[in-house]
Structures are given as structure tokens and as C-alpha cells.
Design a binder for this molecule. Sequence first.
Ligand code: ATP
Ligand code: ZN
Length: 289
Amino acid sequence: MSNQPLLRIAVQKSGRLFDASVALLRDAGITLSNGSNRLLRATASNFPLEVIFLRDDDIPEYVEEGVVDAGIVGENVVLEKQKNVEILERLGFGHCRLCLALPKNSVYESKTSLEGLRIATSYPRILSGFLGKNNIKAELHDISGAVEITPSLGLADAIFDIVSTGSTLLANGLREVETVLESQAILIANHKLGDAQRDIMQRLLFRLHANRNAKNHRYILLNAPNERIDDIIAVLPGIKSPTILPLAIPGWSSLHSVVPENVFWDVLEKLKAAGAQGILVVPIERMIV
Ligand code: ATP
Ligand code: ZN
């Protein structure tokens, strides 16, 4: 294997994105020789991939410089670092938002209430961009951690920080007043991947898409008298027309279709009302459209 081209992908070495990043690769059928987060790198035994474990803050720069070909990192980090990388995919985990928050009892009417405030943050570039766009001048304090305690220490009038549930804000007597960015983990790549690396990336994306489509759909099987088939087809939002197979009982058929996950409960109710019986809903393991 040693002379074959590899795609080098950076993953957070420990922290909130580690488990889901490794799971994403595992679900794509990629087996890492050692998944331990204490090690710096792992090679896949069944796919031309090498995983390099890094601090999330370093990933955009390493990808920009081509030290690694690709990376999995929060969109918040990519936007803050302002590195020139290609964004390939939003990955559907690591959801959080970057918010402005003020002490519970302070006055906030609109964005202009931020004028002149001292705002503590670890995301000065994203915040500057937001303030600039809204023509607001404020005093930014660039702090690397524990941003949420700065107002109670008298060091800031407001904060701009990552929020996922809001409980940390509440515990510090703060309330959210503006959401500036909705973020999740994304797959980024170097702009000038070699041909071999680009091919491997395409293979990886094919697998990621097959998994995502599968997760977002259900397979539905049902029985119905033949005279109800038209009504049933009318409520099925399948990717193509449903499969229809005759049952052993004369005058009855079995219908099979694929239904988007986000509507399948509604569809089930309508199917029942349209005369469907013996409805089965089955998860899909992989789906290529
Ligand atoms: P590292 O040691 O790699 O620098 P870190 O402490 O900067 O790690 P984590 O707290 O592990 O980073 O968060 C990694 C990413 O997870 C964030 O950049 C963000 O995209 C996402 N995330 C999701 N929810 C949260 C949250 N509640 N707090 C912080 N980050 C979150
Ligand atoms: Zn970090």
C-alpha cells in the first residue's frame, strides 16, 4: 500500500467533534488502524485515507497550506480563521450558534444598543464583521476562554460566544440577544488537490452521501386492495413511482416506496386513511440516488 496515493484528512484530536468525526468515517466503511485519540495519526486499512489528529484551531491553516488535504472542523472556526479553503459539505453534527449575550437585566432594544459596549469574545473576526455590517462601533476584548464570566467580573458589558443549549449563559446571568452564525461541522479541502486526492475525495463523498440519504429516508411496505392503489400512490412522495407486486390473495397488492424521514408520519396517516393495511416502515442502510 505504501506507494499508493493517500488522502490526508485532519480531525479534531479530542473534544466535541472527535467522536462524530471518527463515526462518520467508520460509517463510510473506513476502518482505522488505531482510533485512539492519543495518537497523532491513523491509517485506514481498507481505504486510501490517512487521518491526522489536530487541535481544531489548526485545521483550517493546515488545509490551506496543503499540510493535509482535507479536514473536519466547525464552520465557526473556519470563518474565524479566514483561511482560503474549499467548503465541500455540511456534515450534520457539532451544531452550535455564535451569539451576543448581555447581563439579564441590561437594556437591549436593537442592535444599536451594542454601540460603545465592551464585548468579550474568542471570535473577534466574525464579531467585527457583524458589527461592521451593522455600522456599530464597539470595544472588542479578545479572550481565549471563559468568556461568559467576564461581565460578572466587570471586564465586559457583553459577550459574543458559542452557545449550544444556553444553560451556560443562564448560569452566568446572561441572556442571548442576537444570533450571528449558525454553525455545524463541515468538510473542507485544499483548493489545489492533486488528481489522485480529488478522486479519493469523490469516493469518500459518494459514501457520505449514500449514508446521509439513507438516514433521511424510510422504506415503506404496505398491502392494499387493488382499487385503492391510485389513492395510495397519490399520497406517496416516493423518489420514483412505487413498486407494485401482486399478493397471493386475488385483488390485493403490495406497494413499496421510499419516503423522506421528515414527512413519514404524515404519510403514514394518509396511507391508512387511503386504505393501506399491514404497513411496515424499515430503515435504509445505504441509499444512492
Ligand atoms: P481544541 O482542543 O481542539 O482546540 P476546543 O476546546 O477549541 O478544542 P471544542 O469545545 O471541542 O473545541 O469544540 C469544537 C467545536 O465543536 C466548536 O468549534 C464548535 O464548532 C462545536 N461545538 C458544538 N457545540 C459546542 C458548544 N456547546 N461549545 C463549544 N463548541 C461547540
Ligand atoms: Zn480549539
